[in-house]
Design a protein around this ligand. Structure first.
Ligand SMILES: NC(=O)c1ccc[n+]([C@@H]2O[C@H](COP(=O)([O-])OP(=O)(O)OC[C@H]3O[C@@H](n4cnc5c(N)ncnc54)[C@H](OP(=O)(O)O)[C@@H]3O)[C@@H](O)[C@H]2O)c1
Length: 300
């Protein structure tokens, strides 16, 4: 199977590329820089993408997007977060729909931010969208695949939770703080964190890629979400460090701005991966202790 991947240089995409190659997939990165041999060039914002490169591709995994955590959420950054997702996805979906032989499946990134801040209520793929910037971006991001769906391509939206691995994402930022014994809960700590080990994230992406009956939104989260207080205690426990300090909500809002603090650190999403479980996907790390052990293990 020939699989094109956008965002292949990122935290998830680079590990995915390394996993798919040895599993027999022919991986073709879709890159924003000048493409090398075996790569496809694109410019997500201008709508430019090499149609000859896409011809003959059996599947596309679309991960490219501006990172939400690297800058404060000022207006220019919020615009980049939105445009990279919506315009980039529309560019790709339109190009795929126009191909004489479109790929069978488009697996397109989304996020559990779709659900907004929902307290302790269990959320499944059938739950409605929430409110806030992240929820609005995710709705527009998923809708931007419409051209591909209308052309008969199977479209899967990866509603991914917090991906845990020491080499990237949230955990990489948290680890130095916790290792110095400066870790602690965010705000009240009662907010739910729906996490997934990087290993299960990659396995789930391969699972939806190869399972014809799966389309539409799919929650990529472990079946056992935890509160921020429980996550803090578990991480401190594995690292054998104290985690008593904690960051009050007010301090986080001063440091990051209210919207970013509220939507990235203080928001509560208790998500159940119903579609994956209903289709028989077996999580290797359903609980946080196993998830953290895998996330912190040295590379094999
Ligand atoms: N990591 C998580 O916990 C998490 C959680 C929920 C959802 N997601 C979503 O999953 C996807 C992959 O996440 P990740 O953690 O691997 O992201 P990442 O490390 O930030 O990588 C994303 C990749 O997208 C491309 N990119 C960066 N800025 C861009 C822009 N302005 N416009 C277009 N492309 C841009 C880059 O690849 P090139 O330079 O090769 O183009 C980059 O390597 C993203 O869509 C993310 O929103 C991730």
């Amino acid at each position: 199977m020939k699989v094109a991947i956008t965002g292949a240089s990122g935290f998830i995409g680079s590990s995915l590329g390394r996993a798919l190659g040895p599993a027999g997939y022919d991986v073709v990165p879709v890159v924003r820089r000048r493409p090398g041999p075996g790569e496809i060039g694109w410019d997500p914002l201008s709508g430019d993408i090499d149609p000859d490169g896409l011809a003959g591709v059996d599947a596309v995994i679309h991960l490219a997007a501006e990172n939400v955590a690297t800058w404060r959420w000022n207006d220019p950054h919020k615009r980049r977060i939105l445009d990279s997702r919506v315009t980039g996805t529309r560019t790709l979906a339109t190009a795929l729909a126009r191909l004489p032989r479109p790929p069978g499946v488009l697996v397109s990134a989304s996020a559990i931010a779709f659900y907004g801040d929902r307290g302790a209520a269990w959320l499944t793929e059938a739950s409605g969208a929430g409110s806030g910037f992240g929820a609005e971006v995710c709705q527009a991001w998923e809708a931007a695949t419409e051209a591909a769906r209308s052309a008969g391509i199977r479209v899967v939206h990866l509603r991914t939770g917090i991906v845990l691995d020491r080499r990237g994402g949230a955990l990489r930022r948290l680890l130095p703080v916790f290792r110095f014994g400066l870790g602690g809960r965010y705000g009240s700590g009662t907010q739910y964190m729906s996490w997934i080990s990087l290993d299960d994230e990659l396995r789930a992406i391969r699972f939806v890629l190869g399972t014809d009956g799966v389309s539409g939104p799919v929650n990529l989260t472990a079946p056992e979400p935890v509160t921020n207080a429980a996550f803090t205690a578990a991480l401190a426990g594995v690292l054998r460090r104290p985690a008593v300090l904690g960051a009050p909500a007010g301090l986080l809002r001063v440091m990051l701005g209210r919207e970013m603090a509220d939507e990235l650190l203080l928001t509560s999403q208790r998500v159940r991966p119903e579609v994956l479980l209903d289709h028989g996907f077996a999580f290797r790390h359903p609980g946080l202790d196993a998830g953290l052990a895998a996330a912190l293990a040295p590379a094999a």
